[in-house]
Design a protein. Structure first.
Length: 130
């Protein structure tokens, strides 16, 4: 998987474009980028992109990558991204009125393991509720 696959998502393209020009995408923009991009790009490429953010060093980028990878965070749902973006200046999802905008699971095809992890989580949650 590669950058062109990641760019199939308007949400991720927005983040990539902002990072390419050195824009500060905010804490949650960097977090969303990392949670998603790690499934499409090599670690060094994710870190390189994150370090383009004018307020984020390469060391910070590598640390964030390792935090997300070690906890195996799943890509966030649209409602979580909207919640996060209300807490920062950079708008991760540009067209919040469009209910499909920012739905990363609709915009991208993730590796099968991502879907398996989500299913397992929901099964565990249902089991705990019983």
């Amino acid at each position: 998987m590669a950058l062109k696959d990641l760019r199939q998502s308007p949400t991720m393209s927005r983040l990539l474009d902002a990072l390419d020009i050195g824009q500060d995408v905010g804490h949650y923009g960097r977090l969303v980028f990392t949670m998603v991009a790690r499934h499409f790009l090599r670690e060094d490429d994710v870190v390189k992109y994150l370090a383009k953010d004018r307020d984020f060093s390469e060391e910070d980028a590598r640390s964030l990558y390792h935090q997300v990878a070690s906890r195996d965070y799943s890509p966030p749902r649209r409602d979580r991204i909207l919640e996060w973006q209300r807490q920062q200046e950079f708008q991760i999802i540009e067209d919040v009125a469009d209910p499909d905008a920012g739905n990363l699971y609709r915009e991208l095809t993730f590796p099968e393991g991502v879907y398996d992890d989500i299913s397992e989580y929901h099964e565990q949650k249902a089991e705990a509720a019983r």
